[in-house]
Write a protein that binds this ligand. Structure first.
Ligand SMILES: [Zn+2]
Length: 160
């Protein structure tokens, strides 16, 4: 079991966070953005960055070569659709994508909008962790959380 810290400061213990989220056992911050039979899109529960989307498979697996043909086709369509919504609904110019196969959860892609405030943390993959931590430590206030929720609602409307 792993202890997971949520954006609201509480912690939960789960076997696989992605399984718990995609099965609806944990309600993600702001609710589900999109789901179908293969995938589940939600805001990350620990990092309040407006427009950040986690796209997780519903099936429990880890590696890119484990996607079925149907999942693979749906996956790329969905990544493009979510990216399009981030641009059109939230004006997000660039997104950083992060996915590691040796995750402690299962298959999920981070789609992290690139904001001006992230630039001091670097210009590539090295900036991701500091930016995520900054959001959790310095942006976990009511005004920002409200904005994050509004962004989730815009994305949900665009994707459903
Ligand atoms: Zn899982």
């Amino acid at each position: 079991m792993r202890r997971i810290q949520l954006a609201n400061g509480t912690t939960v213990e789960v076997e696989c966070l992605s399984c718990a989220l995609t099965a609806g056992l944990i309600e993600p911050t702001g609710g589900v953005i999109y789901e179908d039979e293969f995938f589940h899109a939600h805001q990350d529960v620990a990092y309040p960055i407006p427009g950040l989307v986690i796209l997780a498979s519903k099936r429990h697996f880890y590696c890119m070569d484990e996607l079925t043909e149907d999942e693979s086709n749906r996956y790329m369509k969905l990544v493009r659709k979510i990216r399009d919504a981030q641009r059109k609904e939230l004006g997000i110019e660039y997104v950083y994508y992060f996915y590691n196969e040796d995750t402690t959860h299962h298959f999920h892609l981070w789609m992290v909008p690139r904001y001006e405030w992230m630039k001091p943390f670097g210009n590539s993959v090295e900036s991701l962790r500091p930016a995520l931590l900054h959001s959790r430590n310095a942006m976990n206030d009511e005004t920002n959380i409200k904005h994050v929720i509004e962004c989730i609602e815009k994305l949900r409307r665009a994707l459903n």
